[in-house]
Design a protein around this ligand. Structure first.
Ligand code: ACO
Length: 261
């Protein structure tokens, strides 16, 4: 099925659903998939309307770049034709508006799905943050990651700072953000920003194989396990052990309940 919940195609997004796998494609290749508020709202709408049976979400970009980040024309008086302007930091509704943008990123961590960013070429600024919003990242060997925001006088505010710190650690996150330097695919693998780095021609097949393997486990088990793992960093060992016991009991009792509920 190719669908467009809440009209993501007008926002430069395509959604394809094939069985339990949804593929979200950023589709403004002529602008290197530069992002607008409409695209962030479109991503949020996809998350809100995703069919219940979907188990995996692949996020990819059309053309040579994953995403060149925010559409820089939003910072000009002319803006982007046909797009709402980016929120004005001086307006009282600014933080609420940014929360709306962030909603386009946060759903990718939901326990009922596993999300995979398939990154070829540049993932800059908001584009890097979108890749970080996914559970897993598979990079083509031409991928280039850059947290560009501080170089433009901005903090990264599209949910990327926490996964970045969680993955690379605080010192490296400070270094990457404050220098706004570009990370190659090979370095990204060393920093664990990529689960896999493959030749560009193999990216789609590699992601398809990974997603198929991820969806091979029972859905309820996968969900409970992802929930358990996601909560682990915030718990002590004793708390995590208790969470394991509770999750096991809940999962097995549900499975054995006569109505499966
Ligand atoms: N916003 C608006 N238009 C863009 C953007 C962007 N972020 N990135 C690329 N484009 C446009 C270019 O202006 C160009 O348009 P044109 O054909 O009308 O001249 C077209 O996309 C192709 O871009 P090129 O630069 O020619 O493509 P190339 O492959 O050589 O380079 C790259 C790609 C490295 C991504 C480069 O375009 C670039 O550095 N873009 C800006 C990145 C950036 O600073 N993003 C903001 C990050 S901060 C944040 O996201 C909050």
């Amino acid at each position: 099925m190719t669908g467009s919940p809440a009209g993501p195609e007008g926002a430069g997004l395509k959604l394809d659903i094939d069985g339990v796998v949804a593929t979200v494609t950023l589709s403004r290749p002529e602008r290197r998939n530069a992002m607008t508020p409409a695209m962030w709202h479109g991503l949020a709408a996809i998350g809100e309307t995703l069919p219940a049976g979907v188990r995996a979400v692949v996020v990819r970009g059309d053309g040579p770049s994953f995403s060149a980040g925010i559409d820089l024309r939003l910072f000009t008086p002319e803006g982007v034709p046909g797009s709402e302007p980016v929120a004005d930091p001086l307006s009282p509704g600014f933080e609420q508006a940014v929360a709306g943008y962030q909603a386009g990123f946060l759903w990718l961590r939901r326990p009922d799905i596993v999300s995979v960013a398939a990154v070829r070429g540049h993932a800059i600024g908001a584009g890097f943050q979108l890749a970080l919003a996914c559970d897993l990242r598979v990079l083509a060997d031409d991928a280039r990651l850059c947290m560009k925001e501080p170089a433009l006088g901005l903090v990264p505010d599209l949910t990327g700072t926490k996964p970045l710190v969680d993955i690379v650690g605080l010192p490296r996150a400070i270094e990457l953000c404050l220098t706004a330097r570009t990370v190659t695919a090979a370095e990204a693998r060393d920093l664990r920003l990529a689960e896999l780095v493959v030749p560009a021609d193999d990216l789609d097949d590699t992601v398809a194989d990974l997603v198929s393997a991820l969806c091979a486990t029972d859905a309820a088990t996968a969900r409970a396990t992802k929930e358990l793992l996601t909560g682990a960093p915030a718990r002590t060992l004793d708390q995590q052990a208790a969470a394991e016991r509770a999750a096991q009991a809940t999962l097995q009792r549900k499975r054995r309940a006569p109505d499966g509920a």
